[in-house]
Design a protein around this ligand. Structure first.
Ligand SMILES: Cc1cc2nc3c(=O)[nH]c(=O)nc-3n(C[C@H](O)[C@H](O)[C@H](O)COP(=O)(O)O)c2cc1C
Length: 457
């Protein structure tokens, strides 16, 4: 606990001193030019090395189409200067929505997506001369499905740690092999719709213990999608990547956002040492990355941990946790160094296929210093920003035109955006975009508190 301190660095030197004191590897440079480098992704080229990571807003219309609030977010990202926008979780089947306001591209609402993709392309070109690359994240929320307004979990296997938290009480809540066989086809349908709507690529999402990610840790699952062999546990992901690649052809990006470390014990987590869940075992993640590349993936982004459980720090280091999450024992810098190590190992395994690095937002105005250093040492190919993109969408523009980020605009990692999501509101930055999101935050908090009181009675 004593290692976990709030951000307090007023100069790059102060940050460098702390990095040295803690003995962790976080490289920092004042030469920010690597961030401007174009990046080859499949047959396309990103205008620069900065990317917006997928950030669910829980603000779409009930038919899955973008609402006014959704459009506002994407236009802000697009005008911000990044070369690539990785669109948030888009569900491939109704029952796999994480919330009723999740994004879901269908034949019926395709026109609204096409329009927004065109508008965002124009905004990126007009404001920063960027030819924006759009990736749509395809998902099934599995354990975290809540398609209407109550949880309806569909899990990969029974998990004694998570089941009691998610209302999983029966074996028939485990998805069958037949269901998974058919689900691959739904990913393919969604990918074809995405291509038609003008996206440059899709992501077969395998992070954060949603269905495809959970399967990777399915050591206890019986049958062809589970068990000790990595081949079985990754069968769904690999067959889906191959099927999507076959359907979309070569002129379309097939990406994968992959959890390389679940921070969850054996036999329920992926990428963790069998005897110590806190230790990363890179053997299977590295093998899987090679399998993904061989199956036709041409872009990777990583993440780690389960944001719904009590150790979300490995995916999103913070100053203040969301409610119910204990303060971690590790320092944020130690966690960030570990996240950078994940991408370093992944980039080595992926060869020329670009890996988008993560773990940056906590570093505030020193994001570009760390990002540029990681690009320079080939520890990743692009620098991805999540919460920072909510708070300060035009940070890349400022980095490219002013050589620095404005400390008054940075994400303060207060976890309020996560809290809104947990309270079932539409999310964004409560601190830096307060006009829109402070009232939403207050309303969602009050409703959640009233519900909690009702449950107590
Ligand atoms: C409110 C919120 C929504 C998110 N939605 C998604 C999502 O839809 N898909 C995804 O892969 N990651 C999602 N993430 C994770 C982010 O993409 C990112 O990995 C995380 O915030 C850590 O990066 P950062 O330190 O730059 O914020 C979300 C995170 C937050 C806080």
């Amino acid at each position: 606990m004593e290692n976990h301190k709030v951000f307090r660095f007023r100069t790059l030197n102060e940050l460098k001193e702390e990095v040295e004191k803690e003995g962790v590897r976080i490289d920092l440079t004042e030469d920010l030019s690597p961030l401007k480098q174009p990046v080859k992704i499949g047959r396309r080229t990103s205008s620069n090395s900065m990317a917006v990571l997928p950030m669910e807003g829980c603000d779409c219309n009930l038919d899955g189409s973008p609402s006014e609030l959704t459009k506002r977010r994407y236009l802000r990202y697009a005008g911000g200067g990044s070369g690539l926008v990785w669109w948030e979780a888009n569900t491939v089947v109704e029952e796999g929505k994480a919330n009723p306001h999740a994004l879901m591209l269908t034949r019926d609402n395709l026109g609204s997506f096409r329009e927004l993709v065109q508008e965002t392309r124009k905004a990126a070109k007009d404001k920063n001369g960027v030819s924006l690359i759009h990736i749509l994240q395809l998902t099934h929320s599995g354990r975290y499905s809540r398609p209407v307004d109550a949880p309806e979990p569909m899990v990969a296997f029974r998990d004694p740690l998570l089941d009691p938290r998610n209302g999983v009480v029966r074996d028939d809540q485990v998805v069958s092999d037949d269901y998974l066989d058919a689900l691959t086809g739904k990913f393919v349908e969604a990918a074809l719709l995405a291509k038609e709507a003008g996206f440059d690529g899709v992501d077969i999402k395998a992070v954060h213990k949603y269905l495809v990610s959970e399967l990777l840790g399915g050591f206890t699952r019986k049958g062809k999608y589970g068990g000790e062999s990595l081949e079985n546990r990754s069968r769904f992901l690999i067959q889906t990547v191959k099927a999507v690649r076959r359907a979309v052809g070569d002129d379309f990006i097939v990406a994968c956002r992959l959890n390389v470390f679940d921070a969850h014990p054996y036999p329920y987590g992926f990428g963790c040492d069998r005897n110590d869940m806190w230790k990363w075992d890179s053997t299977e993640p590295v093998a899987l990355i090679k399998m993904l590349v061989a199956s036709g993936v041409d872009l990777l982004a990583l993440s780690s941990s389960n944001p719904y459980y009590i150790y979300p720090q490995f995916g999103r280091p913070f100053d203040i946790p969301s409610l119910g999450v204990p303060a971690p024992k590790e320092s944020q810098l130690a966690i960030i160094a570990q996240m950078f190590e994940f991408t370093r190992a992944a980039q080595k395994a992926a060869g020329s296929v670009p890996v988008i690095g993560n773990g940056y937002s906590w570093l505030r105005q020193y994001i570009p210093n760390a990002g540029a250093a990681n690009l320079k040492s080939h520890s990743c190919s692009m620098v991805g920003l999540g919460r920072s993109s909510f708070a300060y969408p035009d940070a890349p523009h400022d980095i490219f035109t002013k050589g620095a980020m404005d400390p008054r605009k940075v994400c303060v990692t207060c976890s309020k955006c996560t809290q809104i999501m947990r309270d079932h509101g539409s999310t964004g930055c409560v601190v830096r975009d307060a006009g829109v999101y402070l009232p939403i935050y207050r309303k969602a908090r009050a409703a959640a508190q009233a519900n909690a009181e009702k449950d107590k009675k």
